[in-house]
Design a protein. Structure first.
Length: 349
């Protein structure tokens, strides 16, 4: 089979097309003929560059990146369901043991031997990828593969974030970096739940980057009066939940004071590694919470696909499908922060 591989860490130029041996699914696994695969900022780009948190966990070279993906099952291993052959599926990247305390509590994202397709084993920048049968979600016929990969990549964690933030109908939700892949999904899913969503991104640098999202307001994160604008949109109450996957101190200082009583700040990823100075007293005085969400577990994955069956979709403008031959350009765009929504590679012949 053909695959995009890296044989060393470095810039996007280290990714190249190669011929690899065909894969055979192990017991309990299936093989998927990959149609589309997401380009992940942390799982793919940081790893390719040799940066934390996952580069040191790559088992060896040549290595195939690629986490969540979508395609058609074309083979099953012993013990897997042969009726899956020919079915259209989306595939989660999370690998868990199924036996530890976290897994027994249905919290696979906290598994003591947590792993990822594309990091701890060969990934889906390839014609084929093998995965545990339990990682598959069957696709509705009307969900195209590019949308399916984007949903698999961001939907479960976005849902986990909104659940952690107690987001429901009428909630005021602030999404930092709303034009990005996870931000756009979280904003869209919050609106699907009936929440009032305020998107924040760098409008001064990327005018119109949030156009097409179901927002009550789109605000500029670089603006000095961001806090005043948030208060105006929320009628002075503030925000009930903040989804912040960036962790940029300058933006934190602007929105922090607008968190409402009983409000929750939910973080995943924290792209900026700069420490945030944090006063704990307001959390105590206002019954507020700061919550970390690693990724979505199988419970969230199942619930996400129920949302999809009920009509949830990521707006088309925020699913950026590209031929896999342009993988270098996709990595550069995501790394530079100039892409919009989720970059998705369409796997060619």
């Amino acid at each position: 089979m053909k695959a995009l591989v890296i044989e060393e860490f470095g810039g996007p130029e280290v990714i190249h097309l190669a011929d690899l041996a065909d894969l055979e699914p192990a017991p309990g696994e299936v093989r998927v003929r990959v149609s589309t695969v997401v380009v992940g900022r942390t799982k793919d780009i940081a790893t390719r560059a040799g940066r934390p948190p996952f580069a040191e966990q790559v088992p060896g070279f040549p290595h195939v990146l690629g986490s969540e993906h979508a395609g058609v099952v074309d083979a099953v291993g012993p013990g897997a369901d042969p009726a899956l052959i020919g079915r259209r599926v989306a595939v989660s990247a999370v690998l868990s043991c199924g036996h530890c305390r976290a897994c027994q509590d249905r919290r696979e994202e906290a598994c003591s031997s947590f792993g990822l397709i594309g990091i701890h084993r060969q990934g889906s920048y390839a014609h084929s990828c093998v995965a545990p049968q339990s990682n598959l979600s069957l696709l509705p016929d009307d969900v195209p593969f590019d949308q399916a990969a984007a949903l698999a990549g961001n939907g479960p964690v976005a849902r986990a974030q909104l659940d952690a933030g107690h987001v429901g109908r009428g909630s005021n939700v602030l999404v930092i970096g709303a034009a990005g892949s996870l931000g756009a999904t979280a904003a869209s899913l919050a609106a699907f739940r009936g929440a009032h969503v305020i998107g924040v991104d760098r409008l001064s640098v990327k005018p119109g980057c949030m156009d097409g999202l179901p927002l009550r307001a789109a605000l500029d994160g670089d603006a000095d009066d961001l806090a005043d604008a948030i208060r105006e949109v929320t009628g002075g109450w503030g925000v009930d939940c903040v989804i912040d996957n960036l962790g940029i101190p300058a933006v934190w200082h602007k929105y922090r004071e607008t968190l409402a009583d009983m409000g929750r700040i939910v973080v995943s990823g924290a792209i900026s590694h700069e420490p945030l100075p944090m006063a704990l007293l307001p959390f105590y005085l206002h019954s507020q919470s700061l919550i970390g969400v690693r990724t979505g577990n199988r419970t969230e994955i199942t619930a996400l696909w129920r949302d999809v069956a009920d009509g949830f979709r990521i707006p088309e403008a925020f699913v950026d499908a590209r031929p896999w031959e342009t993988v270098g350009d996709a990595h550069r765009a995501v790394e530079a922060g100039v892409s919009r929504g989720q970059a998705v590679l369409e796997v060619g012949d």
